[in-house]
Design a protein around this ligand. Sequence first.
Ligand SMILES: *[C@@H]1O[C@H](CO)[C@@H](O)[C@H](O)[C@H]1NC(C)=O
Ligand SMILES: *[C@@H]1O[C@H](CO)[C@@H](O)[C@H](O)[C@H]1NC(C)=O
Ligand SMILES: *[C@@H]1O[C@H](CO)[C@@H](O)[C@H](O)[C@H]1NC(C)=O
Length: 413
Amino acid sequence: MRSSTFLSLATSFSAVSATVYKGFNYGNTFTDGSAKTQADFEAEFHAAKNLVGTSGGFTSARLYTMIQGGTTSDPITAIPAAIAEETSLLLGIWVSGGQTSVTNEITALTAAIKQYGDSFTKLVVGLSVGSEDLYRNSVTGIENDSGVGASPDEVVKYIGQVKTALAGTSLSGVSIGHVDTWNPWTNTSNSAVIDAVDWLGVDEYPYFQNTESNSIDDAYALFWAAYDKVTAVAGGKPIWITETGWPVSGNTENLAIANVANAKTFWDQVGCASAFDKVNTWWYVLQDAAPTTPTPSFGILGSSTSDSTMGTSPLYDLSCANVTVSSSVSSSATATGSASSASSASASIAKAGTASTTSSGAGTVSTGLSTATKSSTSSSSSASATTTASSGGSALVANFFVASAMFALAALF
Ligand SMILES: *[C@@H]1O[C@H](CO)[C@@H](O)[C@H](O)[C@H]1NC(C)=O
Ligand SMILES: *[C@@H]1O[C@H](CO)[C@@H](O)[C@H](O)[C@H]1NC(C)=O
Ligand SMILES: *[C@@H]1O[C@H](CO)[C@@H](O)[C@H](O)[C@H]1NC(C)=O
């Protein structure tokens, strides 16, 4: 029974997509607010592809905005950089800045299609309309000053505008999604967004689940439990991992300690042993410490912005060699649950290889507990769309704290 379930899930999964993308998130500014240039993006994409130990696998880039830093509506120079570095793109449209900024985003997107043509559009994996807007719009997000968000109605409206703008272009068939933390996806008030998208993006950070037992030993189980919660509401639509990672430095969050050793363990268990090459994954983050180091810092590279040194100086071994998930962890994550439905295909596939780096062993899983939240951007609510988007994901602020507690309470009542 188990293997037949696996086979049917595997079949439906492979029918969805043959290529599984793997890469990093890229904001459009450095930590001092200065805009990244095309050369800066090229250096980053080049470093990602040349990371020691990774066999050139990290060839995809998720962006938060279509707009070049420091401009109103010029196309982001990550596009020509991606063309030069043959890096695929998960595009992002920032939608928490209101209609004017969304219009500017769409202007930049359509200008890029005209300017770069097929050399650009053939690299596009998908397009996210929004990033954590529903989290910032939630009770917890508002209480914690996470910044301006967007309502589900607004997100759906902007998705419609993007589709209208892309009609008749070579991106008219692009796969459109929305990225958020996992909790808003399970809030039924947001279900219109699920109905409107082709795929759901989840940002998941067990490190920030500080109202739960979130030591690195529990991180793998917390991660997949949250993923499964989204699977349960996704109606069979694919769930892409748009952000995850563990900080190399920063404050302790309950039992979660930010250090290089734990970042490596998280990379090994969540990345190597379960997500990479099974679910589209954009890790957080290649580099977030240039020129200054944020707290916490997730970057797997140091603060160098030099192409010659970035790719050769990961802070820990990325090779996935000798990766194992401890039996206590993997058994809780793979044996306690039953596959909720065929819609858990990607989760099940993702967790199929828990015991070795890329094994394709069978296993269907679904555990259900916990919450995942993280802060959104660090930008103040008054930031313009461009500046807000620029720091998207590049400077996390500890705004998450009570989110999971709130959710637990909401569940009780
Ligand atoms: C659920 O979603 C709605 C719409 O986004 C939001 O207004 C509400 O605050 C959310 N509920 C919680 C508990 O966050
Ligand atoms: C936001 O997060 C903090 C933790 O820093 C928590 O104490 C608080 O209850 C949350 N919500 C509010 C109302 O601030
Ligand atoms: C992996 O294990 C083998 C056999 O124990 C060992 O020779 C090798 O050095 C290990 N590789 C790493 C990167 O730890």
